[in-house]
Design a protein around this ligand. Structure first.
Ligand SMILES: NC(=O)CC[C@H](N)C(=O)O
Length: 222
């Protein structure tokens, strides 16, 4: 199973994502740089977390306008799986590949801690290795993770099962509406989430709750 990781200046979770994908798929992902206009044939494209372009203007706003994101959009339109984690989620939203916005945390503080997630929709290519309603652990580290969408968009997301992960057991770290932690597009192949499942994939991380997400996305048996 082949994967690609998008690299942009200011990202700092790229090596974590590359390590996770290498461990889970058995081969290192190809990397694509911000100015690349083509992405090789892969099964999964990952946009990692960090602070692309120093979070200037809005988190992900500049990254979303780089040539590589046109290539990501083309692949997504063809049905290739795309996952955006944290800044990657912000970039997907800014690129218009996912609806809504990620605003400043209600605390106005950067949060770095472990939270709990409910797998709200286990019927996606990303979450098929989890049980519906399963509670998993995941780290978060962000200052702009407060998901918001207008009432109509929110009703559509909730009604169509596009809310894939929700903060559970009172652990919402940022004030996200409806405790939303991760959403998927209508076609079901573009997932964005604020938590970092790539940082909880092996015993050395203190747990492996995030591993099944990548196994599902890559079609690897558990
Ligand atoms: N870990 C991250 O990807 C951080 C995302 C983003 N720059 C924020 O702080 O909101």
């Amino acid at each position: 199973m082949k994967s690609a990781v998008v690299l942009l200046p200011g990202l700092n979770r790229d090596r974590d994502m590359i390590a996770a994908l290498t461990k889970i798929s058995g081969k290192p992902p190809v990397t694509v740089w911000q100015t690349d206009t083509e992405i090789p044939d892969v099964d999964l494209i990952a946009i990692p977390g960090g602070f692309s372009f120093g979070d200037y203007l809005r988190c992900g706003a500049i990254a979303a306008r780089m040539p590589v994101m046109r290539a990501v959009a083309e692949k997504a339109a063809k049905g290739v799986a795309v996952i955006g984690v944290c800044n990657g989620f912000q970039i997907l939203v800014e690129a218009g590949l996912l609806p809504g916005a990620l605003m400043r945390n209600t605390s106005l503080k950067f949060v770095c801690r472990q939270i709990k997630l409910e797998v709200t929709n286990a019927n996606t290519m990303f979450t098929r290795r989890y049980q519906p309603g399963q509670i998993i652990r995941s780290p978060v580290a962000h200052h702009d993770g407060n998901y918001f969408a207008d009432a109509e968009t929110l009703a559509r997301l909730e009604g169509e099962g596009q809310v894939v992960f929700r903060y559970a057991e009172g652990t919402n770290p940022n004030g996200s509406i409806n405790d939303i932690a991760g959403i998927i597009n209508e076609q079901g192949n573009v997932l964005g989430l604020m938590p970092h499942p790539e940082n909880l994939i092996e015993a050395a991380h203190g747990g492996s709750d995030g591993r099944a997400l990548f196994e599902g996305a890559l079609g690897i048996a558990a």
